[in-house]
Write a protein that binds this ligand. Structure first.
Ligand code: URA
Length: 212
C-alpha cells in the first residue's frame, strides 16, 4: 500500500480549525469540504484519462478527459458523506456508490449495514472517502468489499489517520493484487483506549451532523 501524507500548509491550517472543539458544525462541514478538494488534487494524480480532439478558436488540438469506465467515488456512511461534495467538485463526471459501515464500539470491528454499488466494478478506479482512519477495520472491510466486486485500483482518502490504523490497513491489504493507495491530511500520534485518534478531532460524524 502506498501512503501519501498531504503535507501542505493550507491543509495543516484547515485541519487545525477542524480539530478545534470551538469550531461549530457549519464551519466544520465547510472546512471538511475544502480539505477534501485539496486532498482530491493529490489523490487523483493517476486518474485514468483518454485523449480527446477539440478545436480552440486558433487551431485543432488534442486534450484529455476522464477515461471510461468513469471512476467510482464511495463515501462510507455516515461521516464519509461530509466529503462527497468536495470530491465531486473535482470529479463531476464520476459515479457515486454508497457503503454503510459501522464500528462496534466494544470490539471496534466494522460491519456493513447498507450498500448501493454497481454489481460489477471491473476495471474501475475507486475513491473511498472516510474522514478518520482509526483502527483501520472499516477501511480494510470496505476495500475488500470493492475488490471482491472487481475494482482494480483503490484510493482511500482520509482527513486524519492514526499510525496503528495505517499499519493494520497495510497488513489487511497486503495480499490484494490491485494497487491500494492512502491519501491523508495528517498522521496523528496514536489511538486512545476508546479507538479515538489523539489528538484527532473527536467523532467526525457527530461534528458533521450532530449527535444521534
Ligand atoms: N472515528 C471518529 O470519528 N473519530 C475518531 O477519532 C476515530 C474514529
Amino acid at each position: 500500500m502506498r501512503v501519501h501524507v498531504a503535507d501542505h500548509p493550507l491543509i495543516a491550517h484547515k485541519l487545525t480549525y477542524l480539530r478545534d472543539r470551538r469550531t461549530d458544525t457549519p464551519t466544520f462541514r465547510r472546512l471538511a469540504d475544502e480539505l477534501v478538494t485539496l486532498l482530491a488534487y493529490e489523490a487523483t494524480r493517476e486518474v485514468r484519462v483518454a485523449p480527446f480532439d477539440i478545436d480552440t478558436p486558433v487551431a485543432p488540438t488534442t486534450g484529455i478527459h476522464l477515461a471510461n469506465p468513469k471512476p467510482l467515488v464511495v463515501p462510507i456512511l455516515r461521516a464519509g458523506l461530509g466529503m462527497l461534495d468536495g470530491m465531486m467538485r473535482m470529479l463531476p463526471t464520476a459515479q457515486v456508490g454508497f457503503l454503510g459501515m459501522e464500528r462496534n464500539e466494544q470490539t471496534l470491528e466494522a460491519t456493513t449495514y447498507a450498500h448501493r454499488l454497481p454489481d460489477d466494478l471491473d476495471r474501475r478506479q475507486c475513491y473511498v472517502l472516510d474522514p478518520m482512519l482509526a483502527t483501520g477495520g472499516t477501511l480494510a472491510a470496505a476495500i475488500h468489499y470493492l475488490v471482491d466486486l472487481g475494482a482494480d485500483d483503490i484510493t482511500a482518502i482520509t482527513l486524519l489517520s492514526a499510525p496503528e490504523g495505517i499499519e493494520r490497513l497495510r497488513q489487511a491489504v497486503q495480499e490484494i493484487v490491485p494497487p491500494i493507495t492512502l491519501v491523508t491530511g495528517a498522521v496523528d500520534e496514536r489511538l486512545n483506549e476508546q479507538g479515538y485518534i489523539v489528538p484527532g478531532l473527536g467523532d467526525a460524524g457527530d461534528r458533521l451532523y450532530g449527535v444521534v
